[in-house]
Ligand binder design. Structure first.
Ligand code: ATP
Ligand code: MG
Length: 233
């Protein structure tokens, strides 16, 4: 079943176009890698899906509903979680309060953190009273993913979750995303620059260049020549 469909999506900043006629169809349960060099529009595409960037053209369907005109908070309530590039943890709030911010996006405020959050991220349990800003970069990333899970999403959009993170935690994040996808059936789109990460994690991929989708396929079809042509610097 198709969960998310982008038709002819075109967007930009002010007068400057950034995305050009992006078509994408994502099935329920997919684990998708979105790749591309710096500045090709990956973040803009995720922001357009969650509703933080206005479209100049095109339409968006989620869970069989036209959400083209829905504001970001409604998309979040309908089950789209966005884990932004740079994580955006509130540094002076506790880990617990940062987690609770995830529920406010869903419109329900929650006093309790569901135990499954700590099954996926046991580390967070030990750090609940600490200020978010005192966690390591990798721990903050895990907190950001956990915060996204708090709204019980159908799909999670992650923007470079491994950027600037040490390898052991990158591996943990990979394993946890796999579990979230397989055990909870949550659809995942992950923007990444690390090809190995995508090859191990994703089932399919899209490559963007200059604001357009230029290649897609199953991860097995992510050949070295595509990598060379569109991804290496
Ligand atoms: N707030 C903004 N105002 C104006 N232009 C912007 C803004 N954000 C991004 N852009 C421009 O839009 C284009 C796409 O940027 P975007 O951040 O979507 O790329 P990206 O693929 O996510 O890059 P990176 O890999 O560096 O994160 C770039 O040319 C960028 O300079
Ligand atoms: Mg980006």
């Amino acid at each position: 079943m198709t969960l998310l469909e982008l038709n002819n999506l075109t967007a930009g900043y002010g007068q400057t176009p950034v995305l050009f006629n992006v078509d994408m169809s994502i099935n329920q349960g997919d684990m998708v890698g979105l790749l591309g060099r710096n500045g090709v529009g990956k973040t803009t595409l995720l922001r357009s899906i969650i509703g933080l960037n206005k479209l100049t053209k095109g339409s968006l369907f989620f869970n069989n509903k036209d959400i083209t005109k829905a504001p970001a908070y409604k998309r979040s309530r309908q089950g789209i979680a966005y884990i932004p590039q740079g994580r955006e943890i509130i540094p002076y709030l506790s880990v617990l309060d940062n987690l609770k911010l995830g529920t406010s996006a869903s419109g329900k405020s929650s006093k309790r953190i569901p135990s499954e959050i700590f099954e996926f991220f046991p580390m967070l349990k030990e750090h609940l009273p600490r200020q978010g800003g005192l966690l390591s970069g990798g721990q903050q990333q895990q907190l950001a993913i956990a915060r996204g899970l708090m709204c019980n999403p159908k799909i999670m959009l992650l923007d470079e979750p491994t950027e600037g993170i040490q390898p052991s935690i990158v591996q943990e994040i990979e394993d946890t995303l796999k579990r979230i996808n397989q055990e909870k059936g949550i659809t995942v789109i992950v923007v990444e620059q690390k090809i190995d990460f995508i090859r191990q994690l994703a089932k399919s991929f899209f490559i963007m260049d200059k604001g357009a989708i230029v290649a897609k396929g199953t991860t097995r079809e992510l050949t070295d020549s595509l990598v060379h042509r569109y991804l290496t610097v």
